[in-house]
Design a protein around this ligand. Structure first.
Ligand code: PEP
Ligand code: MN
Length: 363
């Protein structure tokens, strides 16, 4: 009997179109056995669509494991043959693109440390000219949407038609609960700028540990992401890179089973009706908030006038500290996070100072 086998390209297209798309595999390919065993155990979960593995690893410090290099590419080929899972690899140079394509890697991604550098992204883009392969662009390390969008545009101009985004969080100074702060609002803004591109969340590099993975993945799905990329390893504690954040394929399966896979309900009119009511309430409150803020700024104008007439400075530090302390305490009681109150007050304060400055500067 003749079997209808799909080509690699057809299989990849099927995976690219699937929602949610789940990509998993080790941070780094380490040995042939490890790649093969990970792929087989991932395939056995029945929940993974593509196999990722880092071949060239950009590491923060020299002397760390910098990837097995092109030697690992045939291992991925063998893993695909054994499991049927399309493969995905990070590329940062033209040479890496060529090597990956020579060994039939199905999906390429541009890492966070590459997206920050337009020279590198352009080099990768030039190497991709005339090639039909899906490319995922990770957000740059720093919270700069122009740079992320610029990376996407460079790849698009090279003629790549299947482009996607990976949100892996942003580097921020000081300790936070995350290895890379998600800054969800930036990813949401990116989704609005590029509504036709799928966006995948990478909880592994956001969290940097195993504990937070589920919550971040669930949040991404709640925010209507198109899928997740999560690192997995057959022996996470002994992984050669990112040991703290990797999970076994079996743990990954449990996690994926626990996630509530929500979808945008476009056709259920009853649900939409309920949602519509809540949205109207929100619109109403947003209108009111704008009115109130505008009233507040009118008072700031009056204060500016008063300070001008009496030759006082605009910024009176003690007064502002007093407001901050009071509002932080109040806001917390009202169920608002400290982080939000800080951002909100900073924004209001800045606007208020600008209003006062305009009054002071007016002739
Ligand atoms: C990775 O996916 O293993 C990786 C290096 O990620 P990032 O570019 O997000 O740091
Ligand atoms: Mn990693």
């Amino acid at each position: 009997m003749k079997t209808l086998e799909m080509t690699d390209k057809e299989k990849t297209q099927q995976v690219w179109a699937k929602r949610p798309i789940v990509i998993s595999g080790p941070c780094s390919a380490e040995t042939e056995e490890q790649v093969l065993a990970t792929a087989q155990r991932l395939a056995a979960t029945g929940k993974v669509d593509a196999l990722r593995a880092g071949i060239w690893k950009p590491r923060t410090k020299p002397g760390m494991f910098e990837g097995i290099g092109a030697k690992g590419l045939p291992w991925l080929q063998a893993a695909k043959k054994a499991t049927g899972l399309p493969t995905a690899v990070e590329v940062a140079t033209a040479k890496q693109v060529e090597a990956a394509l020579t060994f039939d890697v199905d999906i390429l991604w541009i890492g966070a440390r590459t997206t920050v550098n337009p020279f590198s992204v352009q080099e990768v883009a030039d190497a991709l000219r005339g090639v039909d392969v899906p490319v995922l662009v990770k957000n740059p390390i720093n919270p700069d949407l122009e740079l992320w969008g610029g990376g996407v545009e460079r790849i698009a101009r090279a003629g790549i038609k299947d482009i996607g985004l990976i949100h892996r969080g942003f580097s921020s100074y000081g300790n936070t609960q995350f290895r890379n702060a998600p800054m969800w609002h930036l990813a949401i803004e990116m989704k609005l700028r590029f509504p036709d591109l799928p966006i995948i969340n990478d909880p592994s590099h956001i969290c940097g540990n195993r504990d937070g993975l589920f919550d971040v993945a669930q949040k991404a799905i709640d925010l209507d992401y198109d899928g997740v990329m999560i690192e997995s390893h057959i022996d996470p504690d002994n992984a050669w890179s990112d040991a703290k954040q990797q999970v076994t394929p079996e743990r990954l399966k449990e996690m994926l089973e626990a996630i509530v896979w929500r979808k945008e309900s476009k056709d259920n009119s009853e649900l939409q009706g309920g949602l519509e009511k809540l949205r109207q309430q929100i619109n109403h409150l947003d209108d009111e908030m704008l009115q109130i803020i505008s009233q507040r700024m009118k008072i700031a104008d009056k204060i500016g006038q008063y300070k001008k007439e009496n030759n006082l400075t605009i910024l009176q530090t003690n007064r502002w500290q007093e407001i901050l302390d009071k509002m932080m305490a109040k806001g917390e009681k009202l169920g608002l996070s400290k982080d939000f109150i800080m951002k909100y007050l900073d924004a209001v304060h800045l606007e208020s100072i600008n209003h006062q400055k305009n009054i002071m500067d007016a002739q």
